[in-house]
Design a protein around this ligand. Sequence first.
Ligand SMILES: [Zn+2]
Length: 226
Amino acid sequence: MPDFVVSLSERLVESVTLAALEAYVLGDGRPGRRHRPAVETFGYVWGYGKGHGDHMVLYLDRMSLSLSSQREPDAVTPNRHAAELKCNLMERWSPHLSLIGDFHTHPYASLAEVRETQGWKFSKADVEALQNDDFLWDKADGHPVALVVTVCRLGRVPATFGTMPVGDAVESFDVGEFRFWIGVNVGYLDEDGRRRQTFADGDGVILDLGNRFSNAAGDRIAKHVR
Ligand SMILES: [Zn+2]
């Protein structure tokens, strides 16, 4: 069983949350509709991995929203040329980063609906899309990461502190009257070279939205300064 820690930069948490919020509240701005429904939205994620074999930290640094994706209330379809196009620019500007994954959103009308359907989970279509994304598997060096950001509007807004885990691979947090869940699924190759996914395994990944909020016992960062 592999052992991945997926760590998200502060700006990535910020940008995926902003993207999910706008697509949820305002739709995608198509003209001719008075009521614009919440839609799913989609973007690409850059970062890097460090580690050995199956023990890896995957650091997800930044995201670019994909304007050319087809956004609908219960689906989003990427443009088949978008990943390569954006990747080509990033390889020139930020060669220290790799295209490491993608993200999309799951908008829900209410908290009850999210809980009933466990809306923070990856769908069958999500799992299939990752499984067959040859370009991403190649660019991410065999460890592609899928993020899903689920969002709903809260009826009552309780006081909450920090993030609320839903298992190891999903964290939830509130901003105003909205609740968000960020879930992660990591692809990897097993010993026979077959593509596997931690979400399908039900294990093997820990999502870390902010290790700045915890500290290990006995840890020191200024070992040589007193
Ligand atoms: Zn999905």
